[in-house]
Write a protein that binds this ligand. Structure first.
Ligand code: FES
Ligand code: FES
Length: 217
């Protein structure tokens, strides 16, 4: 018998910000059901979570109010001081395009742009970034219009497992902006923090070099 849980899907690297923040699909995903049942979706609706969210523990958790701009939208929320930016994006804002791979800075799956610079979101605390501008993979496309690097990934078959794709895209966008996409060797060197062990890597590198050349011409 099919249940609401059967409809669960991880947002793809092509998901847009409105998929996470807006009402979106009228059918609740499994993640949304879980988040709703824990009260977390209230935060994704941009309203702060009560300070001592650990109901019933009788112990106030250390929290801080943080204002961010995420994919161009202002967000105000109360975060646990110990919470990584990655966990806040995924669990409080339902922006699950950013992936948790190693959770220790070794794989790059969690790469996002923070004030325009790439960063491993698993290695930094959300509370440290009050006032920051954050771009996740959901913020790359403009509505239905893919970012040129997303389009190039498709053209060059630069995705396979998909798990690394969001981090590769975000790091690739930054690599191009930094002017480090002049050749395949340069891209490999400057993308070395983003691990891919499948057959997609040559396509990823080709896509970044191609878009880098277009941007510099
Ligand atoms: S999940 Fe952050 S670097 Fe692997
Ligand atoms: S895209 Fe994930 S291992 Fe290659």
């Amino acid at each position: 018998m099919s249940t609401a849980f059967d409809r669960y899907e991880e947002p793809s690297p092509w998901s847009t910000a409105s998929d996470a923040f807006g009402p979106g699909d009228p059918e609740l995903t499994r993640r949304q059901l879980l988040l709703a049942s824990s009260g977390v979706l209230a935060a994704a609706g941009l309203s702060p979570v009560p300070a001592a969210a650990a109901a019933g523990s009788g112990r106030a958790e250390p929290t801080a109010a943080v204002r961010l701009r995420v994919n161009g939208r202002p967000v105000e929320l109360e975060v646990d001081l110990r919470q990584s930016l990655l966990d806040v994006l995924r669990e409080k804002l339902a922006l699950t395009g950013t992936k948790k791979g190693c959770n220790q800075g070794a794989c790059g799956a969690c790469t996002v742009l923070l004030d325009g610079r790439r960063i491993n979101a698993c290695l930094t605390l959300a509370a440290m970034h009050d006032g920051a501008e954050i771009t996740t993979v959901e913020g790359l496309a403009q509505g239905e219009q893919l970012h040129p690097l997303q389009a190039a990934f498709i053209e060059h078959e630069g995705f396979q497992c998909g798990y690394c794709t969001a981090g590769q895209l975000m790091s690739g966008v930054a690599c191009i902006r930094e002017g480090h996409a002049g050749s395949a060797d340069e891209v490999r060197a400057w993308m070395s923090g983003n691990i891919c062990r499948c057959g997609a890597y040559p396509g990823i590198v080709e896509a970044i070099v191609e878009v880098g050349k277009e941007r510099s011409s």
